[in-house]
Structures are given as structure tokens and as C-alpha cells.
Write a protein that binds this ligand. Structure first.
Ligand SMILES: [Zn+2]
Length: 118
């Protein structure tokens, strides 16, 4: 068995097909020569393309889902509104029992649906 490791100094990018110094290829342990097959430039454009492709795909999927399940989104927003209303009521009740906490800032926060921290 030949244990002498051949250290490559150059590698051909499988995308742009140009020979580049090995430092131009990102390290990858699962690869035979510990480097990925694309040069850094191709790799970064590749992942950018992938990202934008996925982003569009994801947005399209969300759109489709919302179109297919209009009542579901309604239900969710309704639930959210109900939860917010409940919180508001609870706060108002709390404030009734502790009038010393009421001030303009707190009232404004409640009206905006925020949770005033005492
Ligand atoms: Zn390349």
C-alpha cells in the first residue's frame, strides 16, 4: 500500500473548469482530497443562486399555502386577536385592583396592545 500522500497544489474547478491553486478551494473533510470540487468563486455564486432560488420557492410555497388554506390563516389571526384581547382584559382587571399602577404610559401601552411591565 502506498502511504505517500500526494499533495496537490492545484485543482481543476468542476464548474468553471479552470485550474486554480488548492487554496482557492474550500476545505471539505468528506471529499477525497479534502477540498470541495468548486473554486471559492464558483462556490459562493453557487450558494447565492441556491439561496435566491430557495427564497423564491419558499415565498411561493407560503403564498400557495395561504391560497389553499384561507380559513386557516383566518383562524390563526383570529386566535392571535383573541389572545391579545384576553391579555388586554386581564391587564385592565389587574389595574382595577391596583389603581396605583395606572399612569398615562401604562394606559397607552395597553391601548397599543403591548404588555406594560410593572
Ligand atoms: Zn470555479
Amino acid at each position: 500500500m502506498n502511504n505517500i500522500e500526494i499533495i496537490k497544489t492545484h485543482k481543476i474547478c468542476s464548474k468553471c473548469r479552470s485550474e486554480k491553486p488548492i487554496e482557492e478551494f474550500r476545505k471539505c473533510k468528506s471529499s477525497k482530497d479534502n477540498r470541495i470540487n468548486y473554486c471559492k468563486i464558483c462556490h459562493s455564486t453557487n450558494s447565492k443562486e441556491k439561496y435566491f432560488k430557495n427564497k423564491e420557492k419558499r415565498l411561493a410555497q407560503i403564498d400557495m399555502w395561504q391560497q389553499e388554506n384561507p380559513h386557516k390563516t383566518d383562524k390563526y389571526s383570529l386566535k392571535w386577536r383573541q389572545k391579545k384581547c384576553k391579555e388586554k382584559r386581564k391587564l385592565k382587571r389587574e389595574l382595577k385592583n391596583r389603581p396605583e399602577l395606572i399612569n398615562a404610559e401604562v394606559v397607552e401601552k395597553i391601548e397599543l396592545g403591548e404588555n406594560p411591565s410593572f
